[in-house]
Design a protein around this ligand. Sequence first.
Ligand SMILES: C[S@@+](CC[C@H](N)C(=O)[O-])C[C@H]1O[C@@H](n2cnc3c(N)ncnc32)[C@H](O)[C@@H]1O
Length: 330
Amino acid sequence: MRLLSDPTRLRILALLEREELAVGELSRSLDLTQSRVSNHLRLLRDAGLLLERKEGTKTFLRLDRPQNGERSGVPAARLWSVLREELDELPEHGADRVRLEGVLAARESDGSFFDRLAGEWDKFAGAFETGRARERAAVHLLPREFVVADLGCGTGYMGEALLENVSRLISVDRSEAMLAEAKERLTRRANGRTELEFRNGRLDALPIADDELDALVAGMVLHHLDSLDDAVAEMRRVLKPGGTASVLELAPHREAWMRDELGDRHLGVAPKEILAAFERAGFEDLALDPVEDQYRPRRAGSTRDDVPPSLSLYVVRGRRPRARNTSNDR
Ligand SMILES: C[S@@+](CC[C@H](N)C(=O)[O-])C[C@H]1O[C@@H](n2cnc3c(N)ncnc32)[C@H](O)[C@@H]1O
């Protein structure tokens, strides 16, 4: 009780309960000299109320709080848990909190706060709920008037990533029923920034005019095709000069049941086949990017306990040449 009868010690505990602080930072937050603060800290430490962490020449301190609502074995800590409720009665405490904000802001301006936390930042700093915030910021790097098609759009999974990020999104599929699903999904998510169009058609005879697109994406559809060449030639026809085609595909796999159950014609497609078809069609700046994701197809009749196979994915992209009079160009 004598230990906690001193108002300065209560102010120290209140600050160290909010934030781990170096001794200098604590002194500045309290507006007291370091030697005065150190004497109090020694008493509090000896009573088992504080945890200490050394970093270089600095000592960081924080209140040793029992985890998960457990009762502390330290009597003074139990007394503190009662007293802390009354802290607002201490006039100095409000000023301490204001000064603490200044001390923490100063930490940020010299980078040391983040230097200390960098290794663990992603674990404890929290996460965005949908990931859309990042897209909203990145999208301003795209030209404002981008017209993009999602070929073999299915239920609109790929298109959803482009939604609100381009001025016009043309979803194409040979199945009217899939197009209707895509329309339902994208219309529900849209907020008017992107003009949406849904066109029924095939990849080897695209319902898109010559040079209509700035870019196109074809996700998980090339393994359904008889001929890559016809589809890739069409991709080139509908892109403006300089426009980019991006293809997401499954790497070759052995899940033969996917032919019958998911309608796949080929068990994945080798990246080199797509790269070769792009080259034959006169695309340039070809690139193959690995994808940090796996596709997990679900088998009919599988239960929650069945582990689905994990299939590798990749992206191939290429650009229609800018100049219109090169030998490969029509
Ligand atoms: C596996 S789904 C992929 C859908 C979507 N792109 C995705 O990534 O979730 C394949 C879609 O391609 C369509 N499709 C298959 N062959 C096609 C073709 N030759 N022309 C147009 N659409 C095709 C199918 O109707 C189906 O909706």
